[in-house]
Design a protein around this ligand. Structure first.
Ligand code: 13P
Length: 252
């Protein structure tokens, strides 16, 4: 049975004290609760990763980075390598987020390199895909997502692919308050799973966690997660408040 996941992508938010408090609240919740088949991941800004990995020991919290370099090491000022992240106890890394595609010009090839670099360091990529509004309006959303997966993930051998989490994040739903309807989410998730069946076979496709992201919050999470192919969420704004994030975790 595949694992359900609720992951918080904090993006570029919170100061040190706020980050510390948020992690403490999540850890306290996890220590007092037994969750059935739900993994919880926090993806804080890189400067707070150590705070998170320190707190994530001996409990059910996992830690993800929001980005990693496609290079191994060397003269890349400001960059953070997969090896560094792994040595800090980081388990996951978001790769291919639409904000990085848009503002940092990350293309399919670079994302494939980042995926490889993550896997090489035993870090599971949370690979984001999703269409922009004009693509959906033109009926091209399936085609767009298919290409994103083919170009940056489908070079992987099954053994490596089994460590990948996919996040479908329609760009028009990110930070807009406009959530995909449960039907729209399920339709795309089922489409993605079918692509995985065709590429890797039923067993691996069934085992792959596919998250939904885009204005997912405590109010709509239950309805979204109730769909057979929606295995949890990648949460932005609503992951910054512990009450709301915890309530999303409890939506399973
Ligand atoms: P919001 O939940 O703020 O829409 O962000 C979603 C997202 O981009 C998570 O990666």
């Amino acid at each position: 049975m595949r694992t359900n996941i609720v992951a918080g992508n904090w993006k570029m938010n919170l100061n040190f004290e706020e980050a510390d408090e948020l992690i403490n609240n999540i850890v306290e919740f996890l220590e007092n609760e037994t969750l059935e088949n739900v993994g919880v991941i926090v993806c804080p800004p890189a400067v707070y990763l150590e705070l998170a990995t320190d707190q994530a020991q001996d409990n059910d919290l996992f830690v993800g980075a929001q980005n990693m370099s496609n290079h191994e090491s060397g003269a890349y000022t400001g960059e953070i390598s997969g090896r560094m992240l792994a040595s800090m106890g980081v388990n996951y890394c978001i790769i291919g987020h639409s904000e990085r595609r848009k503002y940092f010009n990350e293309n399919h090839e670079m994302l494939a390199e980042k995926v490889n670099m993550a896997l090489k360091n035993d870090i599971s990529p949370i690979f984001c895909c999703g269409e922009v509004l004009p693509e959906r309006e033109a009926g091209k959303h399936f085609e767009v997502v298919k290409k994103q997966l083919e170009e940056s993930l489908f070079h992987l051998q099954p053994g490596d692919f089994s460590n990948v989490v996919i996040a479908y994040e329609p760009v028009w739903a990110i930070g807009t308050g406009v959530t995909a309807t449960p039907e729209q989410a399920q339709e795309m998730h089922a489409f993605i799973r079918k692509l995985l069946v065709d590429k890797y076979g039923h067993d691996l496709a069934d085992e792959t966690t596919i998250l939904y992201g885009g204005s997912c919050n405590a109010k709509n999470a239950k309805e979204l997660f109730a769909n057979p192919d929606v295995d949890g969420g990648l949460i932005g704004g609503a992951s910054l408040k512990s009450d709301e994030f915890i309530s999303i975790i409890q939506s399973f």
